[in-house]
Design a protein around this ligand. Structure first.
Ligand code: SF4
Length: 279
């Protein structure tokens, strides 16, 4: 299995599971994020928190790969450093943290408890091949599938498992496990990278933000029909973005959308200004 697959001439459209999911959730949000590259209204604590937890877990997996697993204090230090750095960047780049009813210290304490649970429960015999594995794969649909796999482990001579760590308040629903695009995209990509693989598995590792943290391991299965459906979705996405039509999809996601203010304001402008606005 190659260390990294990087396309030398990425002139083709770039597709990732986040781009696909954002476009499916709300094309207008996709436009703000990927076409206009607009700043979000603020920086959500869960986003920065999840990213810092990821960094700490990646450091732990790297230690496993080197057969020198980090101790808990080192994992905590990696988390605190990453969290402090991201908060600093958010606050100084004009995208302030939206602390709500929490604060820096409380959030760090919560992260430390969750990571203690992770370090306690994680299987230290994992045969870690890659962490933060960047993939960059040309597809038959005429695009480049890109992303980062949190961790790829070897499970046999020619079989692999992708582990994707998430932080969550609640466990995933059956619908999400059945239809979520991330496992489908990652399995499709790894099949392209290692076509001779006998078996490719995928697991979500949910590090629960519950009062008593927990680590839940949720295996996800995808079959040939799911991979075919992904190709259909990619074709639809490529056609959709090429037309430049990005309608709003109003719904509960609007409450959590980082572009909610811009989205509303662009339609509250006088009609004379709207003529020059894509709204
Ligand atoms: S506020 Fe709602 S409709 Fe507007 S971009 Fe965000 S998700 Fe889409």
């Amino acid at each position: 299995m190659p260390d990294q697959i990087m396309d030398e001439a990425p002139a083709l459209p770039h597709v990732s599971h986040t781009r696909l999911s954002t476009w499916l959730d709300c094309p207008k949000k996709y436009e703000y994020s990927y076409v206009l590259e607009a700043e979000e209204d603020g920086t959500s604590v869960p986003l920065v928190f999840g990213s810092a937890i990821h960094e700490a877990v990646a450091a732990f997996f790297e230690g496993l790969k080197a057969k020198a697993p980090l101790i808990l204090d080192e994992v905590h230090a990696a988390f605190e450093r990453a969290f402090a750095d991201e908060v600093y960047v958010a606050e100084t780049m004009g995208c302030p943290m939206e602390w709500g009813d929490t604060n820096f210290e409380e959030t760090v304490e919560k992260g430390q408890k969750m990571l203690a649970c992770f370090v306690d429960k994680v299987d230290r015999d994992l045969d870690v091949m890659h962490t933060e594995y960047a993939f960059d794969v040309k597809t038959a649909e005429g695009c480049v599938l890109k992303g980062f796999m949190d961790c790829v482990v070897r499970t046999g001579e020619n079989s692999y498992k992708i582990i994707e760590l998430k932080t969550a308040k609640r466990t995933y629903t059956q619908d999400r496990l059945l239809y979520d695009l991330q496992p489908t995209v990652y399995i499709a990509a790894l099949r392209e990278i290692v076509p001779e693989a006998d078996k490719i598995e995928f697991e979500y590792w949910l590090l629960m933000k519950t009062k008593e943290p927990d680590l839940k391991i949720l295996p996800v299965v995808r079959n040939a029909g799911d991979l075919q459906e992904l190709k259909d979705t990619i074709r639809g996405y490529l056609l959709g973005i090429s037309t430049g039509a990005f309608p709003r999809r109003r719904g509960w996601l609007c409450d959590y959308c980082g572009y909610a203010k811009a989205c509303r304001a662009s339609c509250d402008q006088p009609q004379s200004q709207q003529a020059a606005d894509p709204c």
